[in-house]
Design a protein around this ligand. Structure first.
Ligand SMILES: [Zn+2]
Length: 74
């Protein structure tokens, strides 16, 4: 059984992401690139949460998103 939902905070707008906003939000995972490149087993990571709209608004990268990543498939 899933633990009771406490909500997440968007790393861009700082607003909370409630259960009703999950379908319009994503989890981003950060790992030090050198740890990731060497496939370090104990590499630490941090997860950040964001509204998809906030991510797209602040996105400066040229890499395009893979199909389905920003879409709720559930
Ligand atoms: Zn946001």
């Amino acid at each position: 059984m899933r633990p009771s939902f406490t909500g997440f905070e968007c790393c861009f707008c700082k607003k909370s992401i409630g259960a009703e906003g999950e379908a319009q939000s994503v989890v981003l995972t950060a790992t030090n690139l050198s740890d990731w490149s060497s496939d370090l087993e104990e590499a630490r990571y941090q997860q950040l949460f964001a509204h998809i709209a906030c991510l797209m608004e602040n996105w400066k990268g040229r890499v395009s998103w893979e199909a389905g990543v920003l879409v709720n498939s559930g």
